[in-house]
Design a protein around this ligand. Structure first.
Ligand code: NDP
Length: 270
């Protein structure tokens, strides 16, 4: 049976094994998928062991996406732009191909599942870590009118904006003064995992604003509560993105596209 996994630290909370088991059952693919908690300095070794034992591909989550990018023998354009890899595929001969499916996952959730139109919209991106790096390119490619990036550590927002300056209308701003009138506010910080919302002024939200936290479940609560109190018109967590980025990885590995709606519904029901 072909073997797949998600590597992270910690990784026990991951819903990826459940999602890929559902995809495999739905599409009749024979595979196994497990969560592997690698020590912070032991990802390369754990990955090598996994491949030696028949691993065909893996997902990579915090804190190993940068290292996965460096370990890949070749990367697709999105992973190259992001300088972060969340999906690895073992090629014939053992070479490693790296991909970043986070941006595709977010865009599919926003446009296909939630029915948003991105072209011409003003977007505020809060956060400048690996997840933010993975979504800036696809957002700009979707034809948004403006992308403003803010972050607790302002220098990282500036670096990210500069890295993508040639790809579209993107600039960095101070966390406390991002501007107003945003159609979409994306929280790509890990603040919710610590029970906090990023320290944003309420003026970024209006009744026309869609607020979206990349984090899902209770961890999305603080940001979405802030957005709701500030009058945002709609609020969503990142569960749909999680399932969509997984579906793209499944397609890269197996050449089959699973239906995502029943899996999102099942996870929401649970
Ligand atoms: P990183 O560790 O690379 O980056 C973390 C980001 O969060 C940085 O911008 C950091 O700011 C910011 N941050 C952390 N704590 C706080 C805080 N208390 N207040 C304000 N900002 C804070 O993580 P990732 O970018 O990889 O992931 C970010 C989140 O997105 C994670 O929670 C992850 O679970 C989620 N995610 C969801 C996905 C999905 O499919 N739904 C896919 C990928 C990620 P600073 O630079 O100042 O440290």
């Amino acid at each position: 049976m072909d073997r797949y996994a998600v590597f992270g630290h910690p990784v026990g909370h991951s819903k990826s094994p459940q999602i890929h088991a559902a995809f495999a059952a739905q599409t009749g693919q024979s595979l196994s998928y497990e969560a592997i908690d690698a020590p912070p300095d032991g990802f390369a070794e754990a990955l090598r062991d996994f491949i030696e034992q028949g691993g065909r591909g893996c997902n990579v989550t915090v804190p190993f996406k940068d290292e996965a990018y460096r370990l890949a023998d070749r990367c697709d354009a999105l992973a190259g732009q992001a300088q972060a890899v969340n999906t690895l595929r073992v090629e014939p001969g053992g070479r490693l191909a790296g991909f970043n499916t986070d941006g595709i996952g977010l865009l599919r959730d926003l446009t296909q599942n939630l029915g948003l139109v991105l072209a011409g919209r003003r977007v505020l991106l809060v956060g400048a870590g690996g997840a933010a790096a993975g979504i800036v390119g696809p957002l700009l490619a979707a034809g948004i009118a403006q992308l403003v990036i803010v972050n607790r550590t302002p220098q990282r927002a500036g670096d990210l904006a500069r890295r993508f300056a040639a790809h579209g209308p993107v600039r960095a701003a101070p966390l406390q003064a991002p501007g107003s009138g945003f159609d979409l506010v994306l929280n790509a910080t890990a603040a919710g995992l610590g029970g906090r919302a990023p320290d944003l002024p309420v003026a970024v939200f209006s009744p026309e604003t869609v607020a979206y936290d990349l984090v899902y479940g209770p961890a999305a609560g603080p940001f979405l509560a802030l957005a709701r109190q500030a009058g945002a018109g709609a609020c969503h967590d990142g569960l749909g993105m999680l399932v969509e980025q997984a579906a793209e990885a499944f397609w890269l590995w197996r050449g089959v596209r699973p239906a995502t709606a029943p899996v999102i519904a099942a996870l929401r029901g649970a």
